[in-house]
Design a protein around this ligand. Structure first.
Ligand SMILES: Nc1ncnc2c1ncn2[C@@H]1O[C@H](COP(=O)(O)OP(=O)(O)OP(=O)(O)O)[C@@H](O)[C@H]1O
Ligand SMILES: [Mg+2]
Length: 258
């Protein structure tokens, strides 16, 4: 069984990439075979894993355009024992280049058909929009979408639009798509605002909200500049411990052992 999740939220800077990168590393450390796919032209997930995008010859862009197979675009990271399909700035043009192409929403899903059985988890990092790249990720995400929610003012704004997009993709493109989980990020237990946002998200989404909350922790924001997940950069920091716990919670939920 392969669990395929997209990390989506059209709101920028909520922790999509940080969550996708760190969960990939911790799931791999749990012995799972994991593929991380960077679907954002910013390529933050790729650089957070230490990939120098100026040296890339193929990326998720080429996979979407059908220039190469997903296997050809996959890099193995020996240090963390995981795989990644990196992104490149060229991906910014893919939405326009695919206009008019048949079945353009299915490009990623079709490309992954040969890859699925090689992995236990495929995690897809989406850009901050609900455009064609995110729709491709949602169409490929046969287990569901994971939505990071930043515990800040206006956090819930946009969640109803995201839910509508998820419903539309479910109806038309991927009947298996569900909101598999909401993840509270940059949580600060000392502020009333964080507690209010958490309470409100839990009121609406109930048990779909992960019980592990990711605290605001400067170590998490430093790690990408060293090209490392928190697993090696600062494993005993509050952020490291939280993502480790979250990976265990996600694995238990996915694999039906919770
Ligand atoms: N828990 C946290 N504590 C402190 N800083 C964090 C935390 N999570 C993420 N950050 C920082 O906040 C910024 C935004 O996070 P991230 O890039 O993961 O969000 P994103 O949703 O992927 O953004 P985008 O929409 O631009 O793709 C980054 O600089 C990141 O290092
Ligand atoms: Mg991102």
């Amino acid at each position: 069984m392969t669990y395929i999740y997209a990390f989506a939220n059209q709101k920028g800077g909520v922790g999509k990439t940080t969550s996708a990168v760190n969960l990939t590393a911790y799931l791999a450390a749990l012995g799972r075979r994991v593929l991380l796919i960077d679907m954002d032209a910013q390529a933050n997930a790729s650089s957070s894993m230490g990939i120098d995008k100026s040296k890339l010859t193929v990326s998720s862009y080429d996979v979407l355009l059908g220039n190469v197979t997903a296997a050809k675009a996959t890099l193995k990271n020996e240090k963390y024992n995981l795989h990644i399909i990196p992104s490149s700035p060229a991906l910014a043009a893919a939405e326009i280049e695919l206009v008019g192409e048949l079945a353009r929403e299915y490009r990623l899903r079709q490309a992954l058909a040969t890859e699925v059985e090689k992995y236990d988890y495929i995690l897809i990092d989406c850009p901050p929009s609900l455009g064609l790249l995110t729709v491709n990720a949602l169409t490929a995400a046969t287990t569901g979408v994971l939505i990071p929610v930043q515990c800040e003012y206006l956090a819930l704004e946009g969640l109803s639009q995201l839910s509508r997009t998820v419903q539309l993709v479910k109806q038309r493109l991927n009947p298996k798509l569900e909101i598999a989980g909401l993840l509270l990020t940059m949580y600060d237990a000392r502020t009333a605002l964080s507690q209010q946002v958490a309470a409100e998200v839990e009121k609406f989404y109930g048990s779909r909200v992960f019980s592990t909350r990711i605290p605001r922790n400067v170590r998490l924001s430093e790690a990408p500049s060293y090209g490392q997940p928190i697993l090696t950069y600062a494993p005993s920091s509050p952020g490291g411990l939280a993502y480790k716990a979250l990976a265990a919670e996600l694995a238990a939920r996915s694999e039906g052992t919770s």
